[in-house]
Design a protein around this ligand. Structure first.
Ligand SMILES: *Cc1c(COP(=O)(O)O)cnc(C)c1O
Length: 368
C-alpha cells in the first residue's frame, strides 16, 4: 500500500479534460460552453481549474460572487466571467475587473446602469436572468415591458445574454415541469429580442440539462458538476470521471476492549474487542458530524472502514477490526471507486455538498 502525505485532495486534470470532451460531445458544434468554477471550482481550486480550462478554450466562466471573479482576474484569466449573484455594493469592482453581472431585478438593473454610466462605460456586457419556475433569482416574464423601458437608450450597457435556470433537470419525473420552463424561456427570449432589436446569447441548461434536454441547449450551456465528474445519474456517471480524490493516512491504531469508550461524549462504547484507526481529518476539513456513528465510511486496503463515534474537529476514528492495515497506511475518503456521491449519500447529502465542503485547510495537489 502506498504511503500518503497526510490529508490531501488530489485533482486529476486529465479527468477534467475527459469530462469537458464528453460534455462537449453532447452539444451542437456551435454551442458555447460555460464552465462554472464557483466555490473554488466545486471545492478543488478555481485558479488551477480555470487556467487549465482556458487552455481547453472554454467560452465563458461563471462564479457566484464578485470576489471569486476578482481572484480569477488577478490570476491572469482573460476569458469572460459571468458573476451569477453579484451584490450592488460590488458593482464598481465588477467593472474594474471586467466581470459581467447577472442582473435579476429592476433594483439591481437600475443600480448597475447608474454605476456603468458613472464610470463612463459604453456597451458594458450584462446578462439578464429570468425566473421560469425555480423562484430563486430572476425577472418575471411580466417584468419585460419595464425591463425594456429601463434599458432603452442606455448606451452604457449591452445585453450579452438572456438566461434562466432549471429547477429539476436531473429528475425525469419532473420533465413536464422542465419542458414548461423551457417553453417559457423561449417565449421570454422572443419578446426580449423583439424589444431589444438585437439577439443576445440564450442559455438555460446546467449539467443535467445538457444531458437530459438536448433541445434546450440554445446558444450556450453552463456546466459545473459534470466538469468535476458527476452526472446526477448512474447512466451519466459512467461516462464521467471524478476529478477529486480525498486521501488521508492512519495516524494511530488502538485496540479497545469491551467496556472501553471512544471519542467525545463516549459516543461509542465497545461491546467486544475493536481495532480503531485515527485519521487526521475532521469536521474542520469538511467531514460533517453527520458522518459519525457508522453512517459514513472510508476505504482502507479496498475495504470499508465505518466512521466510529463523533467526528472531531481535526480527526475521525474508523473501524479496522477486520482490515489488515498499519499506521501510516493510505486511506481513501472518496475518489474514483468510492465516489463523493456514494460517500455523501450515506448522510442523505449530494456530491455538490461534500465537494464544496472540503475546507481550505486541506492541501490541493494537481496531476496533469
Ligand atoms: C451552479 C449553477 C450552475 C451549474 O450547475 P451544475 O448542476 O453544477 O452543472 C449553472 N447555472 C447556475 C445559474 C448555477 O447557479
Amino acid at each position: 500500500m502506498s504511503k500518503a502525505q497526510g490529508t490531501v485532495l488530489e485533482i486529476d486534470l486529465k479527468a477534467l479534460k475527459h469530462n469537458v470532451a464528453f460534455l462537449k460531445s453532447r452539444l451542437q458544434p456551435n454551442t458555447k460552453f460555460l464552465a462554472v468554477v464557483k466555490a473554488f471550482a466545486y471545492g478543488s481550486d478555481s485558479v488551477e481549474i480555470a487556467k487549465y480550462l482556458e487552455e481547453l478554450h472554454v467560452d465563458y466562466f461563471a462564479v457566484a460572487y464578485v470576489s471569486e471573479g476578482v481572484v480569477l482576474r488577478e490570476a491572469g484569466i482573460t476569458t469572460p466571467i459571468l458573476v451569477l449573484h453579484p451584490l450592488p455594493e460590488s458593482f464598481e469592482t465588477i467593472i474594474e475587473h471586467c466581470l459581467e453581472p447577472s442582473l435579476y431585478s429592476t433594483r439591481v438593473l437600475q443600480a448597475f446602469i447608474a454605476v456603468a454610466e458613472d464610470k463612463k462605460q459604453s456597451n458594458y456586457p450584462i446578462h439578464l436572468k429570468f425566473n421560469t419556475g425555480l423562484n430563486r433569482l430572476g425577472f418575471a416574464e411580466a417584468d419585460i415591458p419595464n425591463v425594456l423601458s429601463i434599458i432603452q437608450d442606455k448606451r452604457a450597457i449591452n445585453v450579452t445574454s438572456l438566461f434562466s435556470h432549471l429547477a429539476a433537470s436531473e429528475d425525469l419525473k419532473e420533465s413536464a415541469f422542465t419542458l414548461q420552463q423551457i417553453e417559457q424561456f423561449i417565449s421570454i427570449a422572443s419578446t426580449m429580442v423583439n424589444g431589444l432589436g438585437y439577439t443576445p446569447l440564450l442559455h438555460q441548461c446546467n449539467t443535467s440539462g445538457i444531458l437530459n434536454y438536448p433541445n434546450a441547449h440554445f446558444d450556450m450551456v453552463r456546466s459545473g458538476i459534470g466538469l468535476y465528474g458527476y452526472g446526477n445519474d448512474p447512466k451519466f456517471n459512467s461516462y464521467l470521471k471524478p476529478i477529486a480524490t480525498l486521501k488521508t493516512i492512519i495516524s494511530q491504531i488502538h485496540t479497545l476492549k469491551s467496556g472501553d469508550s471512544l471519542g467525545y461524549n463516549r459516543a461509542l462504547k465497545a461491546t467486544e474487542t475493536l481495532r480503531t484507526a485515527t485519521l487526521p481529518i475532521g469536521h474542520a476539513d469538511g467531514i460533517a458530524r453527520a458522518y459519525g456513528n457508522r453512517k459514513g465510511y472510508v476505504i482502507i486496503n479496498n475495504q470499508k472502514a465505518p466512521i466510529l463515534g463523533n467526528v472531531c474537529m481535526d480527526m475521525i476514528m474508523v473501524d479496522v477490526t477486520t482490515i489488515k492495515c498499519n499506521e501510516g497506511d493510505e486511506v481513501i475518503v472518496f475518489g474514483a471507486q468510492h465516489t463523493a456521491e456514494q460517500f455523501s449519500e450515506t448522510i442523505s447529502s449530494i456530491s455538490y455538498e461534500i465537494l464544496t465542503a472540503i475546507s481550505q485547510r486541506v492541501k490541493r495537489v494537481f496531476y496533469r
